[in-house]
Write a protein that binds this ligand. Structure first.
Ligand code: SF4
Length: 242
């Protein structure tokens, strides 16, 4: 995508949603870290439903650590992979308490050293809790970036690096949320809703999905097809008549 188109792309995203936010509910960096850790292969909705109850009872690393695995597990049962996530969250809380004074470190290496926290989670925390210009490439961002040819790649890391180079600096902090929301609600995996996409004219993806409201109805298509001349002789007839 050309530099001018990249600026136009994010200008439109910003105009439509000037202050994009994560759909995960949180009040502190620790709550965000816990929510993101729990969100792997789970919907934000299911994580929010669980953390609303959990954070009302325990919202700090020491409070969750005090629950122990047996005490924490019932809060997380409705989330996919809850057993391993319970274990990781307890281990993460123990490290935060023992090594970081109960605070979430604003440091990539320290974050990635926490159990259950990979590069993507660290990027989300650095970006959303601390306002750093990082790019967490999830399935939505990966797809949208490739379709738009904003950053091409076969791995999340390649796309992340490409996006960091491609996105104009003024838009970098919020780009993560704009791209996720665009992928989640418009540029969907199986059927992108190109007919209502605000950046359709900038997007090289083909074929574009037509508006189902205005697409030809089957009966209309059939009548058009039936009226087309099908043999060379009939085509010549139509041409000579017109
Ligand atoms: S035009 Fe379609 S494929 Fe391109 S970004 Fe928009 S929704 Fe996605």
């Amino acid at each position: 995508m050309k530099p001018a188109d990249r600026i136009e792309l994010f200008t439109r995203f910003k105009a439509a949603n000037p202050k994009p936010v994560t759909e995960l509910e949180y009040q502190t960096p620790f709550e965000l870290l816990a929510a993101v850790l729990l969100s792997a292969q789970a919907t934000d909705r299911s994580v929010n439903a669980a953390t609303r109850v959990l954070f009302a009872a325990a919202r700090t690393p020491s409070a969750i650590l005090a629950l122990g695995v047996e005490g924490l597990e019932p809060y997380l049962r409705t989330i996919g992979l809850y057993r391993s996530k319970t274990k990781h969250l307890i281990e993460t809380c123990a490290i935060l308490v023992q090594t970081h004074g109960g605070e979430v470190p604003r440091d990539r290496a320290a974050l990635e050293a926490l159990p259950g926290v990979g590069r993507k989670t660290a990027n989300v925390v650095l970006n959303t809790a601390f306002g750093e210009p990082t790019m967490a490439v999830d399935t939505h961002i990966f797809r949208v970036s490739n379709r738009l040819k904003l950053a091409l790649g076969r791995t999340p890391r390649t796309v992340e690096d490409g996006l960091m180079r491609a996105i104009p600096p003024d838009f970098l902090v919020d780009a993560h949320h704009w791209l996720i929301l665009h992928g989640r609600y418009i540029c969907k995996a199986r059927k992108p809703e190109c007919w209502r996409c605000p950046v359709s004219d900038l997007c090289p993806f083909r074929p574009k999905t037509p508006d189902p409201q205005t697409a030809d109805a089957p009966s209309t298509r059939a009548s058009v097809k039936a009226s087309r001349p099908t043999t060379p002789a009939s085509r010549r007839r139509v041409q000579s008549e017109s």
